[in-house]
Each structure stands twice: as C-alpha cells, then as structure tokens.
Design a protein around this ligand. Structure first.
Ligand code: ATP
Ligand code: MG
Length: 317
C-alpha cells in the first residue's frame, strides 16, 4: 500500500524542503525504496534547487494543472542519484492548487510509488490546506526555538482537526545550546514524539550550493547520518553507522535503485550540478582580468602621452 506523507512546519524556512530532499535521497539510495518527492509549494518552490534544477523543465505542474497533462510526464529522474522528482514551476504565478486537484494528483502518483513525500508551503493558508487534505500521514518539522514551535503546535492542531495521522516531530538545526529548546520541552509542548533530531551542519548548505542533497554530497556528515537514521525508521528498518571501509564504498555508490517501474518517466533530464557557482567564479575572474587589462592600457596611453609631451618640450626648448 502506498503512503502519502506530507512535511509541514507552520513557520517558513525551518527545513521542510531539506528534509524532503534528503529523505527522498536516503530512501531511494541506501534503502532502495520506490519513492517520489513531490513539490507542493507552488509559489515559493525550492525542491528542484536541491537537485541543481535552476530552470523549468519541459513539463511542470503548470502544464499538468492548466493543460491536463498526465502527472507522469512531469515526473523526472535525477541522473546521478535515481531520485524521482515532481518539481513545481520556478514561477508559480497564476496557479492555485485546489484541494480537488491535489487529491487527484496524489492519488494518481501513489499508484506508481510506495512512498510519496510532499514538500509543502509554510503557513496555515489554502496552499497548505490543499496538500494537507490529500495526505495519509504527516511529519511536522520545527527548529528548537519558540517561534517555530508555536507554529508547529498550530499545524499539529490543524492536522488533528483534519483527522490526519501525525507520525511525529522532527527537530532541525539542533546545536545543543542553552538558548535552544530541549527535545524534552518540544515533546511536552507538542504531545508528539520526536522521530528525528537533525543537527546544525554547514554541509547542508554547501551541498545545496552544489545542487545535491547532503546525504549524497557528504554522506558521512552528522546531518546525513541523522537523515538516514530517520529515513530507515520511517520504513521500519535499522540504520547502521557506516564502518571504516563502508565509508569508502559509500563514496562510489551511485547505483540506480532496482525498482520495477510500471510507467515511463519522460523525459529524462540532464541536471548538471554546480553550474551557478562555477559560472559566478568564472565571471568574477573574467571581470578582474578585463579590469587589469584596461588599467594597463590606460597606463600605457598615459605614459606614451607623457613621453610625447616631454619630447615636444625638449624639441621646442
Ligand atoms: N540542519 C541544517 N543545518 C544547516 N542549515 C540547514 C539545516 N537545515 C536546513 N538548513 C538551511 O536552512 C535554509 C532553509 O531550509 P529549507 O529551504 O529546507 O526550509 P523550508 O522550511 O523548506 O523553507 P520554506 O518555508 O521557505 O519552504 C536552507 O538554506 C537550508 O540549507
Ligand atoms: Mg521549502
């Protein structure tokens, strides 16, 4: 039976998309599950960015919603990791995802996958209510601070009113600092178990700049281990920390998961990680060299001018 799991937070920027990208990567890669990650954050979509997707693909949710194109045609395979992704358009202007549309799409997609992970918008408005009504289970993510926790509590209340199963709470960007809320405080405030604690880890942001989830870019980082542990617990499997030699093996393990795909996922895309940063560095270098060239030219010109002036002065003196 397929499970549709929505990731919610209430407050924005606490790590929903990061969680979806990394759970998707860990479930597909290490755990070899038949998973699709689905961006339901139409107006501020970011899921594609975690896979180096900086431009719209030929078919996006816009075409699916406006031109009634099957969702399978907006489902893509990330080349190096095999992750299945349904990205939202980069610019979601003019699209409103209704509850009916969301329910129809998740039903469609759940026929082909065992797990569907929905990346949702922040807030508690219609953009959240649509995916909320379409899911079976929910994970609520919060950072260990009062603002985020307050919105997580509101989200949990909403989910309970909609009779959805809340699997538990994920605490993200945990630093074990005195100014942060403790896991115990979060559990007693939400009345839900903490199913994962993801530490604050610079590798998360550096991997985003490479256009790869951290479990792929830095598989042995502290955040990656926490994401993999959480992914394993979601499918009732045991996560074992990599041994010394496994670490090296992990570096070369980019094999595609062996999944019996009943549908053709069209078209395959060629996502190239790291283009933006490389391009920026290149442009910077170029500008610097061009500037130096211009300065040298100017200096030469001035020098020539000076010499000419001196010669003239001597000639006519
Ligand atoms: N564990 C972590 N350590 C360090 N940085 C993190 C961690 N988790 C998330 N971040 C960073 O926090 C920022 C926000 O994360 P993300 O986009 O996943 O949040 P979100 O809840 O999806 O935001 P939105 O509400 O806008 O959709 C990103 O720059 C991400 O790289
Ligand atoms: Mg997001």
């Amino acid at each position: 039976m397929s499970r549709v799991i929505g990731i919610f937070s209430g407050k924005g920027g606490v790590g929903k998309t990061t969680l979806v990208a990394n759970l998707g990567a860990a479930l597909t890669g290490a755990l070899k599950k038949n998973v699709v990650i689905f961006d339901n954050n139409i107006h501020t979509s970011h899921l594609g960015l975690h896979f180096g997707l900086y431009e719209d693909l030929p078919v996006t949710l816009r075409e699916v919603l406006k031109r009634n194109i099957p969702l399978t045609q907006a489902t893509y395979i990330h080349p190096s990791t095999g992750i299945r992704i349904i990205p939202a358009p980069i610019n979601g202007d003019g699209i409103n995802l209704t509850r009916q549309q969301c329910a129809k799409m998740t039903k469609q997609v759940s026929k082909n996958y065992d797990i569907v992970l929905l990346d949702c918008a922040p807030g508690l408005g219609n953009e959240v209510l649509a995916p909320m009504s379409a899911i079976d289970d929910a994970i609520v993510i919060s950072t260990p601070d009062v603002a985020s926790l307050a919105d997580a509590v509101k989200t949990i209340e909403l989910l309970k009113r909609m009779k959805k199963n809340v699997i538990g709470v994920v605490v993200n960007r945990y630093k074990n600092q005195r100014y942060q809320l403790t896991p115990q405080e979060i559990t007693s405030t939400t009345n839900y178990n903490i199913i994962g604690i993801i530490p604050e880890d610079d590798n998360v942001q550096s991997s985003l700049s490479k256009g790869l989830p951290v479990v792929v870019a830095s598989p042995n980082s502290s955040a990656s281990k926490a994401f993999k542990k959480l992914a394993a617990s979601l499918v009732n499997e045991q996560y074992t920390e990599p041994g010394f030699f496994d670490r090296f093996r992990g570096m070369f393990d980019f094999s595609m998961p062996k999944i019996d795909m009943p549908i053709i996922l069209q078209p395959k895309i060629n996502i190239q990680p790291e283009p933006i940063i490389k391009r920026e560095v290149a442009t910077l270098k170029q500008t610097k060299n061009e500037l130096l060239r211009d300065v040298r030219k100017e200096m030469k010109k001035e020098l020539k001018e000076k010499i000419r002036r001196r010669l003239k002065e001597r000639l006519y003196a």
